[in-house]
Design a binder for this molecule. Structure first.
Ligand code: ATP
Ligand code: MG
Length: 272
């Protein structure tokens, strides 16, 4: 019996070999403004998420975090702004980006199994008329295994718990074999063990040279999980390495003074 190919090998299968992600920013956003109506949800945002790095986007509810990700991907229109991934316009490099949306925005009733959902991550590579091969099935199993969901391949997605669903959607992103992973609140509503499992997978991706950008609400883990942070409240308030950008002043400005001093005291903050 041949040993299973590593995920990286399996997920590259059928593609020309490509160079490892270069030193360019994994995602560079310049002058991004997005509006659903009269008032901008994101205004004049610049951000540079480095390659080979775990980056967080933090900010209060309604700050435009999900909007920024969706507009960067081109899922919703921009009023203005330029977005590049690894130095190229996003539209030309979609296959290098995997996106895991915020949980509340997904229709959980669709009739698909966990395995089907992960298989969807392979569709772009298979082409519309592509056949599902044993190698594709193997990749699906490897990706589910990597997020600790190997036993649930045949389970209807709507019949999994929230944390299990989150893991399956992460497995789908893994199946894409992308170089940039955009995740919108991957830890929302998951238990401590699942959070640990997800962070391990994300750090593993970073260690392989991929870039991770995640919207993150838990301020107490920002410095432990991430190296780079964007603090957003419609406008970007601060951005940079967590050691210099994640300051009490920046948090105060981002959350409009709504964070209690006692809460701030419990956080690991930059002192710069
Ligand atoms: N489809 C939409 N149509 C109209 N307004 C929208 C739409 N989606 C979001 N908004 C508004 O845009 C603003 C930014 O929303 P967004 O979802 O980007 O915030 P967020 O930072 O992701 O918040 P949360 O932390 O609650 O997920 C909010 O005021 C929201 O009400
Ligand atoms: Mg959101």
């Amino acid at each position: 019996m041949t040993p299973p190919a590593s995920l990286t090998l399996a997920s590259q299968e059928g593609r020309a070999p490509r160079a490892a992600p270069g030193p360019e920013a994994a995602l560079a956003i310049r002058g991004l403004t997005v509006s659903y109506g009269q008032t901008p949800a994101v205004f004049s945002a610049d951000a540079t998420f480095p390659a080979r790095t775990m980056s967080a986007i933090v900010g209060p509810n309604g700050a435009g975090k999900s909007t920024l990700l969706k507009a960067a991907l081109g899922v919703i229109p921009r009023v203005s702004g330029e977005v590049t991934t690894f130095g190229r316009p996003v539209a030309e490099a979609r296959d290098r980006i995997a996106y895991v949306p915020q949980r509340a925005s997904v229709d959980w009733d669709f009739p698909a199994t966990a395995g089907d959902v992960v298989l969807m991550g392979l569709y772009r590579r298979m082409g519309l008329l592509g056949r599902i091969t044993d190698a594709h099935r193997r990749t699906v199993r490897e990706c589910l295994d990597r997020v600790g969901m190997a036993d649930f391949e045949g389970r209807q997605i709507g019949k999994l718990s929230g944390g299990q669903q989150q893991r399956v959607f992460l497995a789908r992103a893994l199946a894409q074999g992308a170089d940039l992973y955009l995740l919108d609140e991957p830890f929302a509503g998951v238990d401590a063990a699942t959070e640990r499992a997800i962070i391990d997978v994300l750090k593993g991706l970073r260690d392989e040279g991929r870039a991770v950008v995640a919207v993150h609400h838990d301020l107490s883990t920002v410095t432990r999980y991430f190296e780079h942070v964007l603090m957003l409240n419609v406008r970007p308030v601060a951005e940079g390495p967590v050691e210099t950008a994640f300051t009490a002043e920046a948090l105060d400005a981002t959350y409009g003074g709504r964070l209690a001093a006692t809460h701030m005291d419990s956080l690991t903050l930059a002192t710069a």
